[in-house]
Ligand binder design. Structure first.
Ligand code: KIV
Ligand code: NA
Length: 267
């Protein structure tokens, strides 16, 4: 099976086939998610989810490269998109091109994602005109947590809503092939999905988007935080705890290893 392509993702705009996207940071998880997804995102959320960092702000290009290569190796079907981490692209279009091209060479990912609105439009155009497909990300943009003051939903006021809509339209007009819309009130998702020519991919942005994304560890119940927009499709943390508790008990009672797990000599 051929990998999903950027034009194939774009073509899903306005169809009755919503795009399915999930984050992946490691080869085995990518391998499990790949057959069911259109896009796997190597998200900089790995800062919190994998490294226990307080936000995505400290995440580096080297961390993204290590996990991006693992996800590409663990998948064969989904389009792999990799986040540009904070500080690697905002200063100028040239800085963004250097970071994005380096990440694509290091990992084999086909596209990058960057946060930001109208201020990043020139950069989106610079990259897309030079062979780097860009996924945009507006609304709640976690790399801006120090400006926003937290992770609450965005666009509750009319003024903020208009700004987010203008931002999304600017990024789409600059050539982005899709747009993540995070943590916004539903009318913004409606307006953006109607108002731009590439697919919107929502996270905490209602069912009105052209696709959905979640952080895999959130939907699997593997990470302690639960924003309102996360649906837990399983409780893997509970299941892992129970399995480890059983293992510890069996080691302590000498029930494990048993005869089946023990090597015996041939004669
Ligand atoms: O880093 C991430 O996981 C993301 C998604 C939540 C869109 O940017
Ligand atoms: Na991200």
């Amino acid at each position: 099976m051929k990998r999903m392509t950027v034009p194939a993702i774009r073509k899903r705009k306005g169809t009755d086939q919503p795009l399915v996207m999930l984050t992946a940071y490691t080869a085995p998880m990518a391998h499990l998610f790949d057959p069911h997804c259109d896009v796997l995102l190597v998200g900089d959320s790995l800062g919190q989810v994998i490294y226990g960092l307080p936000s995505t702000v400290p995440v580096t290009l080297e961390m993204m490269a290590a996990h991006g290569s693992a996800v590409v190796r663990g998948s064969y079907h989904s389009l792999i998109v990799i986040d540009l981490p904070f500080g690697s692209y905002e200063a100028s279009p040239v800085q963004a091109f250097e970071s994005a091209s380096w990440l694509m060479k290091q990992t084999g990912a086909a596209a990058v994602k960057m946060e930001g609105g109208a201020a990043m439009a020139e950069t989106v155009r610079f990259l897309t005109e030079r062979g780097i497909p860009v996924m945009g990300h507006v609304g709640l943009t976690p790399q801006a947590v120090n400006m926003l003051g937290g992770y609450g939903a965005r666009g509750r006021s009319q003024e903020e809503a208009s700004k987010i809509i203008d931002d999304g339209k600017a990024i789409a007009a600059a050539g982005a092939f899709s747009l993540v819309v995070e943590g916004v009130v539903e009318p913004i998702a409606v307006e953006l999905t109607r108002g731009i020519d590439c697919p919107t991919i929502g996270i905490g942005a209602s069912a009105q988007c052209d696709g959905q994304v979640l952080v895999a560890e959130d939907m699997l119940g593997l990470f302690e935080r639960t924003p309102r927009f996360v649906k837990r499709f399983d409780d893997l943390a509970g299941r892992i705890s129970a399995a480890v508790e059983t293992y510890a008990g069996e080691v302590r009672s000498r029930a494990f290893p048993g005869a089946e797990q023990t090597y015996a000599p041939k004669d």
